[in-house]
Design a protein around this ligand. Structure first.
Ligand code: SAH
Length: 355
């Protein structure tokens, strides 16, 4: 049995499946899932994330969160949490950069939300000096101030896709033709969740919905609203998307998302508007949506790069210069990636962001 056999069997039994169900099966199937079975990050893997490009990313995030913690009266017990920590690199950089922040480490309880057993093992190794705790339900977050980061986590959550047909919608579904998977369309139906999108779309346009993001964001926002704290959500996407952003990456190349189920990373652009609305509904404030390049520049990435560059020469220096450019330049990750900050309504958003 392989994942494709399992998917064909499921389609034969239950009919075509939603893109969301397909993503969940491909990414998180307990035996064949992409994240469940491997470490997908880095040059040897399928994609590279900001913390894997340079330590500067995590250092600046750490200092932004630590400044928020100080601005909110440095509570003597708080949760330092990460969603989808990958290899644990970002959290390790946050912890190294905040070593000198008086009282921060002693007050922090480190909590990681991770679905993949393979990546949990790698995180345990990377963070072995810090005794992190893993949770599988966000409602298990302790009742305490919450300082949280999520980088390239929301883009891995399952989305559904809908094609506009008059004043109704047809869902994009995945069915089978022989031994291959194919896209098709479901029957025309009203979609209450898409009522607003009737205003900015026309016949034939495709929109995406990520229902799974809302309960996650709601729990985080409610904790920050009631106990204090801050959140930094970093991902590629925009206020809301229009068109098909469902994509697969394998060996750093774009591939057809239906061709190699369970062997490629599947993502979709993150729509930040529904996240911001969910934050507000939970009584939490949020920052302006800010391009990653502007956020990192405001936090002093250029000065940090210059300091790191001092002892370097040759190819090490070239690598550092390239990393700075890749994280910040508008033609690289600088504009495509955005940052949304969360904070209690009485506090300022984390440094690097504006209310
Ligand atoms: N934040 C890391 C890794 C990003 S990859 C970095 O920037 O390098 C996405 C991460 O989210 C992986 O750790 C993956 O296993 C995790 N993940 C994906 N879907 C998840 C889910 N539904 N619940 C918990 N973790 C999930």
């Amino acid at each position: 049995m392989s994942l494709i056999d399992h998917l064909l069997e499921r389609i034969a039994q239950d009919g075509p499946m939603t893109v969301a169900d397909y993503m969940t099966e491909c990414l998180l199937h307990p035996t064949y899932g992409y994240y469940t079975t491997r470490d997908p990050l880095g040059v040897q893997g399928d994609f590279v994330t900001a913390p894997e490009i340079s330590q500067m990313f995590g250092e600046l995030i750490g200092l932004s969160l630590a400044q928020s913690w100080m601005d909110q009266g440095h509570p003597d017990h708080f949760v330092l949490a990460e969603l989808g920590p990958g290899r644990g690199t970002l959290m390790a950089d946050i912890l190294r950069a905040t070593r000198g922040v008086h009282g921060f480490h002693d007050a922090a309880e480190i909590v990681l939300f991770e679905a993949s057993p393979t990546l949990r093992d790698i995180q345990a190794e990377t963070l072995k000096d810090f005794a992190p705790r893993w949770i599988t339900k966000l409602t298990d977050l302790p009742d305490a101030p919450l300082f949280l980061v999520a980088n390239e986590f929301f883009d891995a959550l399952p989305i559904r896709q809908f094609l506009r047909d008059g004043l109704a919608w047809r869902e994009r579904l995945i069915g089978a033709e022989g031994e291959s998977l194919t896209f098709g369309l479901g029957a025309q139906a009203d979609q209450v969740a898409l009522t607003d999108r009737l205003q900015d779309t026309k016949d034939g346009d495709l929109v995406e919905l990520c229902a799974a993001a809302i309960p996650i964001l709601t729990v985080i926002a409610a904790r920050i609203a009631s106990h204090g704290g801050a959140g930094l959500i970093v991902d590629y996407g925009d206020w809301h998307s229009l068109g098909d952003t469902f994509q697969a990456l394998r060996g750093h190349e774009r591939v057809n998302p239906l061709d190699t189920p369970g062997q490629a990373d599947l993502t979709a652009h993150v729509d930040f508007e529904p996240l911001a609305l969910a934050a507000r509904a939970a009584g939490c404030a949020h920052s302006r949506l800010t391009p990653q390049g502007a956020f990192l520049e405001r936090l002093g990435i250029t000065a940090r790069a210059q300091a790191l560059a001092k002892p370097l020469g040759g190819s090490e220096l070239d690598t550092l210069v390239a990393a700075h450019r890749r994280l910040t330049h508008p033609e690289e990750m600088g504009n495509l990636f955005k940052v949304l900050g969360l904070c209690p309504s009485y506090a300022a958003p984390p440094p690097g962001l504006e209310p």
